[in-house]
Design a protein around this ligand. Structure first.
Ligand code: BGC
Length: 749
């Protein structure tokens, strides 16, 4: 019998340092104020706090009346600061109890100054960058009157067809947790009452990213253990980091819409994790329970959502219309309503809204300061992932005489910003063309888009583009997807480069000039085959406002790429879902016995090819593994050592590895730590990321890199759904991606 250690909240909390128990920290002063206020509230006023209205684009009489009557607790999608101050003023000065409003907005990867999309931010593997970006976004949003953002989105996504993978931090629970925590910290700061702090919203609880077939809003079928081991950890980490609001998902999980799930919101979020902030539904996801076939009418939808623990209803009006009746009929209790209202008011007090509901005039519109743009540029540099660099095509020699810049994303001020940029100012955008012109001088840059937009199918523009390519020393093709092709409701079944981009790349290849392919996209694209026509491939995601400048920094080697993939890149869409932390299966793929479809002898006997888990056409490997990314220099890992051979439950494993920069450029490597639990009470993934470090090394320099891993962080949910660490043997790797080979072993006893 194996020894099993059962983990409780206290021990699990070790995973993220600086975590707090939100319930323990409750401020008595605030609690008293909330109680005092609730005691004075009428039922209508309580219901009002539970309702979030969409902005009116003005202040019509209808809104004024509703505010005076205390019928609205929050507004979303209103960003005009003068108007918002006026609206707050009516709520604060003209309503009976003067309760200020929460002003919500999707501030996802920047407000005016746009940072790379979240999947690009995840590719930085730099939590500080993410935190700084969120802080800047919060500052800009706050100065426009917004005090609550619907971010971070910390849905695990293993499916690049899903358009919202752009908004995610990718496929890994650990990386997503770290990035989510830093985004929360960036938005909220360490003091919510401080100017420039806005509340974060961990969304979409839960498993929304597991939409079947990558079709947005679709059903999710995630077993409980996978929910707990893979989909929940980022949300737990967000609670521990102090995120003050949560949003429910649109999806149903095994038949229960998230918005109606008592299990998610009552049992897990509130009882197990002790969350004491509030939950908002997603946009009308309460009402959509009718379409799900989970509620017969709006009244039942409201009942199910409130009972599940959804404090506030976004946009829809099932609460407003039905709470009274539900109380009259005895289906809901006033205690439940009071609790729901308490959790909203608590956060309003924490934000300091009762004392400072307005944005002072001199603080308004603090947009796109130089330091913000610089930070966005640095983030974009760090987000770019070098996937291929044959014959050191990159960096381009600064003395190059001429460059042909081709492609539908080379000069699109709007398209490089990506999804969810409601307030983004595309006039600030620096495109690759603008940046290159500035860097080299216009006379050296030969530009032709070749294709008007990423989806253009005609080859009318080819001749001009090819002509420019022929007369240049190097060709840079900037392609990918326009913003609208990823994001909410923008799932794709074919995730190759859209339009005639591949044809154009093939034509450019024929010129014989060194060809650099730059991809700006909201998801991993299946670029395997087309990459063969390029000498270098740089994945830039949607890089945001300063994308062009960042690109030029990287292309000419002023910055050395250090981004690493936060998600596995499939060769073909048919391989999806494909992710690195899969199970081994009873018949793992075996390179020795795998035969490609074209090499199978005619009438080969049924069992002659090896019966393993693979595709006979696509094999079993991805195009690029999770964690992958090249640099202009090379890194070597050696001498992986652990401080002991075996550990007990309370121990911390101390790991050291020697990392050397063995190339000719200074550079930054993201050293990644992976673990495998060899035998478990339930099957365990072949590898799991447990830590990472960004290490700067001069050419020729080497450094001892140290990791610390608490044994408690090896926990998983066993057959009885208990969180445990089991005694036994483990493998541990450190390396530059999830294929890391340098391995050590240890035991937990
Ligand atoms: C999205 C949310 C978003 C909300 C408000 C919904 O459609 O799913 O992520 O926060 O709209 O804009």
């Amino acid at each position: 019998m194996k020894k099993v250690y059962f983990l409780y909240m206290g021990l699990l909390c070790l995973i993220f340092t600086g975590c707090r128990y939100s319930n323990v920290k409750q401020d008595n002063n605030i609690e008293q104020k909330v109680s005092h206020l609730i005691n004075q509230m009428t039922l209508d006023e309580k219901i009002g706090q539970m309702c979030q209205s969409n902005g009116f684009g003005g202040i019509p009489d209808e809104l004024k009346t509703a505010l005076r009557n205390g019928e609205i607790g929050s507004i979303l999608n209103e960003v005009d600061v003068e108007r918002l101050n006026e609206i707050q003023k009516i709520a604060v000065e003209e309503s009976r109890l003067g309760i200020p409003l929460l002003i919500g907005r999707d501030v996802v990867h920047g407000f005016k100054t746009i940072f790379p999309i979240p999947i690009g931010l995840a590719a930085t593997w730099n939590p500080e960058t993410v935190q700084q970006g969120a802080q800047i976004a919060a500052q800009e949003a706050w100065s426009s009157g917004v005090n609550w953002t619907f971010a971070p989105m910390i849905d695990i996504s293993r499916d690049a067809r899903w358009g919202r993978i752009a908004e995610s931090f990718g496929e890994d629970p650990y990386l997503t947790s770290v990035m989510g925590v830093h985004m929360v910290k960036g938005f909220q700061g360490d003091d919510l009452t401080r100017e420039g702090s806005i509340i974060a919203c961990a969304k979409h609880f839960a498993a929304y990213g597991a939409a079947e077939g990558g079709r947005d809003y679709n059903s999710t079928l995630v077993p409980l253990r996978e929910l707990r081991d893979v989909y929940f950890p980022p949300f737990k980490a967000a609670v521990d980091a102090g995120a003050r609001s949560f949003m429910s998902g649109f999806n149903d999980i095994d038949g229960v819409p998230a918005t109606g799930s008592k299990f998610l919101f009552r049992q897990v979020l509130r009882n197990e994790w002790q969350f004491d902030g509030f939950v908002v539904s997603d946009w009308a996801s309460t009402y959509e329970m009718l379409a799900h076939g989970y509620a017969a009418d709006k009244k039942e939808a409201a009942l199910r959502a409130i009972n599940a623990g959804i404090n506030m209803e976004m946009f829809a009006t099932t609460y407003k219309e039905n709470i009274k009746t539900l109380l009259d009929e005895g289906l809901l209790s006033e205690k439940t309503i009071n609790q729901a209202v308490r959790e909203i008011l608590r956060v309003k007090y924490e934000l300091g809204l009762f004392d400072n509901p307005y944005v002072p005039e001199e603080k308004q519109y603090q947009f796109a300061k130089k330091e913000y743009l610089d930070a966005a540029q640095k983030a974009a540099v760090e987000s770019m992932v070098l996937l291929k660099n044959k014959n050191k095509t990159l960096p381009i020699d600064k003395k190059v005489k001429s460059i042909a810049l081709i492609g539908p994303m080379a000069n699109q001020m709007y398209e490089q910003l990506g999804t969810w940029i409601f307030d983004g100012d595309s006039t600030l955008t620096v495109t690759p063309l603008a940046a290159l012109n500035e860097y080299l001088g216009e006379s050296k840059v030969k530009y032709a888009s070749g294709l008007a937009i990423s989806r253009t199918k005609t080859n009318e523009g080819f001749a001009k583009a090819i002509e420019k390519a022929k007369r240049a020393d190097v060709v840079v093709f900037c392609g990918g997807e326009e913003s609208i092709l990823s994001g909410e409701a923008h799932s794709r079944a074919d995730i190759s480069l859209p339009g005639a981009q591949e044809e154009l790349i093939k034509e450019l290849h024929k010129t014989g000039k060194p060809l650099v392919l730059v991809v700006m996209a909201g998801r991993p694209l299946t670029i395997g085959e087309i990459s063969d026509y390029a000498d270098a491939v740089l994945y830039a995601w949607h890089p945001g406002t300063m994308g062009g400048k960042a690109l030029v920094d990287v292309l000419f080697g002023d910055e050395n790429p250090s981004g690493k993939l936060p998600v596995t890149f499939p060769k073909q869409v048919g391989q999806i879902p494909i992710y690195y932390n899969h199970k081994n299966t009873g018949r793992p793929a075996n390179p020795a016995s795998w035969t490609h479809i074209d090499d199978i002898p005619v009438k080969a006997s049924q069992t002659s090819l090896g019966n393993e888990s693979h595709y006979i056409d696509a094999g079993f490997k991805p195009l690029y593994p999770f964690g992958y990314g090249l640099s202009y220099t090379r890194f070597a890992y050696d001498k992986l050592t652990l401080d002991k051979a075996s550990y007990a439950i309370g121990d911390t494993i101390k790991i050291t590895v020697e990392l050397a920069n063995v190339g000719e450029h200074n550079g930054t490597e993201v050293a990644q730590l992976y673990v495998r639990d060899l035998v478990g009470n339930v099957t365990r993934p072949v590898k799991e990321l447990k830590g990472f470090k960004r290490v700067n090394l001069q050419a020729g320099e080497s450094q001892k890199v140290k990791f610390e891993l608490a044994v408690a962080n090896l926990s998983f949910y066993n057959e009885d759904m208990e969180s445990v660490v089991e005694a036994g043997d483990f493998n541990l790797w450190v390396g530059g991606d999830s294929n890391a080979q340098l391995m050590a072993t240890f035991k937990v006893e």
